[in-house]
Ligand binder design. Structure first.
Ligand SMILES: *Cc1c(COP(=O)(O)O)cnc(C)c1O
Length: 352
């Protein structure tokens, strides 16, 4: 069912003022945003309007009680100059899984998909074309009741805005295994893209930065033994000729990049295991010279190669990037599928 999106175009595009060669991630916003509000059980007035500030009540419940979720996806240009999205329906489905967990209304597919496609179409001159760059898309849903008290909000706003970006981590990163703080616990909200998951990560990450690391590796909340994620990316290791990644168990975010990497590797005949991985196992593999690759995966970073892992003070140094068969293969294949310069046997690309 098609919905009708009201369009209020900005009078003058800001795209000419952008230096696409030097964009800092997440600082430049395209001309328009999509917005739809939820009230009395219905989604009202889907519209595209100029990107800009919105007015909020000080008592806005999202700000106090954290009923707020988001998504992250990207749009690319194909060689013909057309705009395209990567697995947008998977982002849509995950947004609604997050919504259910946070007692928020699910967004109807036609509103999400149509709002998204029309927004990307209207701002398609904002999609950068340099390798590794893209138009980052941020859909988010938040509680808007002006009410103080802990109960699910009755009103919500859903907004999508976009920003042209270059790659998130241009260089390989240094990580430290976190053994004090926890990101998520069984029964919690680790699998959801809920705002609070990121708020709680800032202090531990700040402490890691002070010690000279770029990111932390989260471990399980019971024993700090099994690895979960690296910052806001899913983790992969290559031990010998086997690729291993933590299984989806409710505490880790079910990344679309993670799923894509698994499917690409299976399709090419590599051995891949989704299971519990202890840091002890990784340290032993390192000592035997079997740790060939380690990297995080996510929409923003794509493939964030790890150059050093600190575990209980022991420093494990990974091989140089040129020798990383798996992460290089994944980076090239994914990057190629995103922009249709590599065949997409999975049907992941959706033209707008
Ligand atoms: C978004 C996110 C990821 C990566 O998910 P993608 O769908 O691949 O972008 C991984 N971990 C966390 C905690 C995230 O928020």
């Amino acid at each position: 069912m098609a919905i009708s999106v009201k369009i209020n175009k900005s009078t003058q595009s800001r795209v000419k003022d952008v230096d696409f060669e030097n964009i800092q991630f997440g600082t430049i916003f395209s001309d328009h945003m999509f917005r739809v509000d939820y009230e009395d059980g219905v989604w009202k007035d889907p519209q595209i309007l100029p990107y800009g500030n919105i007015s909020l009540a000080p008592s806005l419940s999202a700000l106090h009680y954290g009923q707020a979720i988001f998504e992250g996806m990207k749009a690319f240009k194909n060689p013909e100059g057309g705009a395209q999205l990567f697995r947008p329906l998977d982002n849509f489905k995950r947004m609604n899984l997050s919504a259910i967990r946070m007692a928020m209304p699910e967004i109807p597919e036609e509103i999400y998909m149509q709002g998204l496609k029309e927004l990307v179409k209207i701002d398609q001159q904002w999609i950068p074309t340099k390798i590794g760059s893209a138009l980052y898309i941020r859909p988010f849903l938040f509680a808007t009741d002006d009410f103080v008290g802990v109960r699910p909000s009755k009103t919500f706003s859903f907004i999508i805005f976009t920003c042209p970006v270059n790659s998130y981590y241009p260089k390989p990163i240094k990580v430290i295994v976190e053994e004090k703080y926890v990101r998520a616990f069984e029964g919690g909200v680790g699998f959801a893209k809920a705002a609070g998951n990121y708020g709680l990560s800032m202090l531990p990450t700040q402490e890691a930065h002070k010690k000279g690391f770029d990111q932390i590796i989260w471990t399980d909340g019971r024993e700090h033994n099994f690895v979960e994620e690296s910052g806001t990316t899913n983790l992969f290791f290559v031990v010998g000729d086997t690729v291993i990644t933590p299984e989806i168990d409710g505490t880790i975010l079910q990344g679309i990049t993670r799923d894509s990497c698994i499917k690409i590797l299976k399709n090419k005949g590599y051995k891949i295991e989704e299971r519990k991985i202890s840091m002890k196992e990784i340290a032993e593999a390192y000592d035997k010279g079997l740790l060939k690759d380690a990297f995080g995966t996510g929409t923003a970073a794509i493939i964030a190669r790890i150059e050093l892992i600190n575990y209980k003070g022991k420093e494990m140094i990974l091989p140089p990037v040129e020798e990383r068969l798996i992460s290089n293969l994944l980076y090239d294949t994914l990057g190629g599928i995103y922009t249709s310069t590599v065949e997409d046997p999975f049907g992941w690309v959706v033209k707008v």
